[in-house]
Design a protein around this ligand. Structure first.
Ligand SMILES: NC(=O)c1ccc[n+]([C@@H]2O[C@H](COP(=O)([O-])OP(=O)(O)OC[C@H]3O[C@@H](n4cnc5c(N)ncnc54)[C@H](OP(=O)(O)O)[C@@H]3O)[C@@H](O)[C@H]2O)c1
Length: 272
C-alpha cells in the first residue's frame, strides 16, 4: 500500500492494534513503527510482529503517514509539544486513542490545520472484537478518513460518532467490558453455588454472553424480542428475570453508564 503507520507508546492498546493490522495484512510489518521510552517493550514488538522500533518519537513521526498516540492521557501534552516541531506534520494524520482529551486541545498546540482523528477503542480489540468510535476534524480528507476506518475495522468494528457524544461512548463501549466481566463472574458464581466446577462455570457463562451478543448484533432483532423468545410461560427463565427486575438490574446498569459518562465529562474539563 506504501503507507506507513507509527505508534507512540508500546502499551496495551498499541499491541491490540498492531496485532490486528498485522493479521489483517492491512499494513506490512515493515510499514509499522513503534516508539517507547523503554527498550524491553520494543523488543516484544520486534520479536512478535517483526515491526520497526525506536525510542525516538520525533524520528517515528517523521517516518509515518499516520501517527497514533498510544500514550496515557497524562503524557499527551508532553508528546503533543514534542510533535509540534516535526517537519511537514500537517501532511500526516494524527490519531489519538486518549480518553477524555478533545480535538480542540491538540489543535491549540499543533494548529487548527493539523489533520486530527480522535478515537475511543476498547480492549476486546485484542481478540478482534473491538468497537472504536471515530471523529475527525475538517482537515482529514475523505481518503484518509476511510483509511482510519479500515484500520479500526481490522480490530472489530468502527463507527463515526460526533465528538460531543464521546462521553457516552466511553461508558457504552470503552468501559463497559468491565461491567460485562462482573456480570460473567456473577453468572459463574451462581453456577458454582449450584455445584458446577469453576472452570465449567466460566466457560458456560462467557459463551452464553458471547452468543447472546452475537444474536443481538447479527440478527437485527430487538433484544426484547430475543428475550421473549426464550422465556416460556411459567418456565425457568422468567423466574430469573423476575429476580433481576425486583433488584433493579436495568436501573443499575443505566445509572452505571450515566455515572461513567459523567466522570468522563468531568475528567475532560482539565484539558479545556
Ligand atoms: N486500555 C483501554 O481499555 C483503553 C480503551 C480506550 C482508550 N484507551 C487509551 O489508549 C491509550 C493507551 O492506553 P494503554 O492502556 O495502552 O496504556 P499503557 O499500556 O500504559 O501504554 C502506554 C505506553 O506509553 C509509553 N510511554 C510513556 N511515556 C511515553 C513517551 N513520552 N513517549 C512514548 N511512549 C511513552 C509507556 O511506556 P513505559 O511503560 O515503558 O513507561 C507505555 O508503554 C490511553 O490514552 C488510553 O486512554 C485505552
Amino acid at each position: 500500500m506504501g503507507l506507513t503507520i507509527g505508534f507512540i507508546g508500546a502499551g496495551n492498546m498499541t499491541k491490540a492494534i498492531v496485532s490486528g493490522l498485522v493479521s489483517s495484512k492491512l499494513f506490512e510489518p515493515a510499514d509499522i513503527l513503534v516508539s517507547n521510552p523503554t527498550q524491553a517493550k520494543l523488543e516484544i514488538f520486534k520479536t512478535e510482529y517483526g515491526v520497526g522500533t525506536t525510542t525516538d518519537n520525533t524520528a517515528l513521526a517523521m517516518a509515518s503517514d499516520f501517527i497514533v498516540l498510544g500514550v496515557k492521557p497524562g503524557v499527551i501534552p508532553e508528546v503533543a509539544h514534542q510533535l509540534k516541531d516535526v517537519p511537514d506534520l500537517k501532511s500526516r494524520v494524527l490519531i489519538t486513542l486518549a480518553a477524555g482529551i478533545p480535538i480542540a486541545f491538540y489543535e491549540e498546540i499543533l494548529g487548527e490545520d493539523q489533520p486530527l482523528v480522535r478515537t475511543m477503542p476498547n480492549t476486546p480489540a485484542m481478540v478482534g472484537e473491538g468497537m472504536t468510535a471515530v471523529w475527525a476534524n475538517s482537515r482529514v480528507d475523505e481518503k484518509n478518513l476511510q483509511m482510519v476506518l479500515r484500520i479500526f475495522d481490522a480490530l472489530g468494528k468502527s463507527l463515526i460518532i460526533k465528538e460531543s457524544l464521546f462521553d457516552a461512548v466511553t461508558a457504552t463501549s470503552g468501559s463497559s467490558p468491565a461491567m460485562v466481566y462482573v456480570f460473567i463472574e456473577a453468572l459463574a458464581d451462581g453456577a458454582v453455588l449450584r455445584g458446577l466446577p469453576r472452570e465449567t462455570a466460566y466457560l458456560l457463562a462467557s459463551q452464553a454472553v458471547l452468543g447472546a451478543a452475537k444474536m443481538v448484533r447479527d440478527s437485527g432483532l430487538h433484544p426484547g424480542v430475543l428475550k421473549d423468545s426464550v422465556t416460556s410461560p411459567g418456565g425457568t427463565t422468567i423466574e430469573a428475570l423476575k429476580v433481576l427486575e425486583d433488584r433493579g438490574f436495568r436501573g443499575s446498569v443505566m445509572e452505571a453508564v450515566n455515572q461513567c459518562a459523567e466522570k468522563s465529562k468531568q475528567m475532560a474539563l482539565q484539558f479545556k
